[in-house]
Design a protein around this ligand. Structure first.
Ligand SMILES: [Zn+2]
Length: 250
């Protein structure tokens, strides 16, 4: 079925004539992808909602499955990275995509992940990121009153214990399971999440060092952001926590 057929069917079906006149052809030309350097995201839309969801690390397969299943029934827009590796390419160099949201964070990531980097290579990669960053950021950050939830998976090396010392507040209801936790940037969200049976930390204050992650950018811009970390492989638990947050947060 081509776009014209689809349009006629929608006009005849759920769309009123007025809605069609207001929105015109716009929905049919909305992009299904957005990218910054080698970080290419598939855009999954379901209905109309101020919820945004993000999978940014391509090797976090449990989070990918959970988010994809969740979006089949829940309204919002999800951005799901298409690469299957943790790091992505920018020009000829590798970078952690969750370090590209500030110039300082990107520079540190480029220098640590590429052993033989040359200064002009790093400078070119930073220029590429500077050029495209705001376009992606505007898409990812939710509209006023909205919320973005990023889904991540971890392994032995990372847990809530790493975040506790740099957090403004913590609620560790499940200390025996440090790999499952929420990280949020708004105190009101923290207060709600701390009534869940799960671990949660608040990082609201601007940190001294900007690591280039999306959570730091969201905190700086006053956007509501929640990170959901669950150990790789634990899909049932990640879906359970994602649903809890979605149902209980405004
Ligand atoms: Zn991750």
């Amino acid at each position: 079925m081509n776009a014209a057929h689809r349009a006629r069917r929608l006009v005849a079906g759920s769309w009123s004539r007025r809605e069609f006149l207001v929105f015109g052809w716009f929905p049919f030309f909305r992009s299904r992808h957005i990218h910054l350097a080698g970080a290419r995201f598939r855009i999954l839309r379901n209905g109309r909602s101020k919820r945004r969801y993000l999978l940014i690390h391509g090797n976090e397969e449990t989070a990918r499955i959970v988010l994809t299943r969740f979006m089949e029934t829940q309204p919002g827009i999800a951005y799901r990275i298409e690469t299957r590796t943790r790091n992505i390419q920018v020009n000829s160099l590798e970078i952690d995509p969750n370090r590209m949201f500030s110039r300082a964070g990107a520079e540190a990531s480029l220098k640590s992940l590429n052993t033989n980097w040359a200064p002009q290579q790093v400078a070119a990669a930073l220029r590429t990121l500077d050029h495209g960053r705001e376009h992606l950021v505007r898409a990812l950050l939710p509209p006023a009153g909205g919320l973005i939830i990023a889904v991540h998976n971890n392994s032995e090396e990372y847990s809530v214990a790493d975040e506790v010392p740099i957090s403004d507040a913590t609620s560790l209801r499940e200390p025996a399971n440090p790999h499952a936790f929420f990280l949020c940037t708004e105190r009101a969200d923290f207060l709600i999440l701390s009534r869940s049976p799960y671990n949660v930390v608040l990082q609201q204050e601007k940190p001294e060092r900007d690591d280039g992650s999306l959570s730091r950018l969201a905190a700086r811009r006053g956007a509501r952001y929640v990170n959901l970390e669950v150990r790789l492989g634990n899909a049932d638990r990640q879906l359970e926590m994602l649903r809890w947050a979605n149902q209980n947060l405004p």
